[in-house]
Design a protein around this ligand. Structure first.
Ligand SMILES: Nc1nc2c(ncn2[C@@H]2O[C@H](COP(=O)(O)OP(=O)(O)O)[C@@H](O)[C@H]2O)c(=O)[nH]1
Ligand SMILES: [Mg+2]
Length: 190
């Protein structure tokens, strides 16, 4: 069993549901925020997620970034130490989808030479009648950026645990690969 700590940066436009996703993460539907609270700079949430089919646990340090661009400079400083990221858009808001490219650009400026990975998340699928961004479009963008892709509803707690299980599995398998590479380096240096 390993217990890993991973810093997950959550970014995306204002009101797409970043804070709601962070609170519902870990299958905790009761914590869906019923009233809208605008996030200033960032909120921090700790969640432990068990890796599927293993004893491994990842303690996520969720860095729930404000979608307000006035904070971008300070956010980039805090993003430097991220291990992974989520970019969230609202499937009923075309502009929030368009801006994913901008958020990706901001994150890549902050990443330095870190070996990080990310997922693209289309939220609010409970509002299917108001959907303007298709699943196909989301998938295409994610594929072109080599990111995982998920759709979810924080409101209905649908699709959220899958995202965090994926991130936890990916994070631990990358950790194990790194350890193997280090062990090989140590062996080869004798
Ligand atoms: N219908 C619906 N509304 C949501 C969902 N997630 C968040 N919201 C609402 O969208 C608004 C913004 O959510 P919030 O999490 O604060 O967005 P943030 O600015 O990205 O952190 C709030 O009124 C939430 O209740 C969802 O999955 N479905
Ligand atoms: Mg927020």
């Amino acid at each position: 069993m390993v217990l890993l700590h991973g810093k997950l940066v959550v970014a995306g436009d204002m009101t797409v549901g970043k804070t709601a996703i962070c609170h519902v993460a870990g299958n905790d539907a009761a914590s869906y925020p019923k009233t809208y609270n605008c996030t200033n700079l960032a909120d921090l949430v700790l969640k432990q997620i068990r890796v599927p089919d293993s004893d491994d646990v990842v303690e996520f340090f969720l860095f729930d970034s404000s979608g307000n661009s006035v904070y971008l400079e300070s956010l980039r400083d805090a993003w430097i130490t991220m291990d992974m990221y989520c970019i969230v858009y609202d499937v009923t808001n075309r502009n929030s989808f368009k801006n994913c490219a901008m958020w990706l650009e901001q994150l890549s400026q902050a990443r330095g030479d870190h070996n990080i990975f990310g997922v693209l998340i289309g939220n609010k699928i409970d509002k299917e009648n108001f959907r303007v961004v298709t699943t196909q479009e989301g998938k295409q963008l994610a594929n072109s950026r080599k990111m995982g892709f998920f759709e979810c509803s924080a409101k209905d707690n649908k699709g959220i645990s899958e995202i965090f299980k994926y991130l936890a599995s990916e994070f631990t398998s990358r950790y194990r690969a790194r350890i193997r590479a280090l062990e090989k380096m140590a062996r080869d240096s004798y």
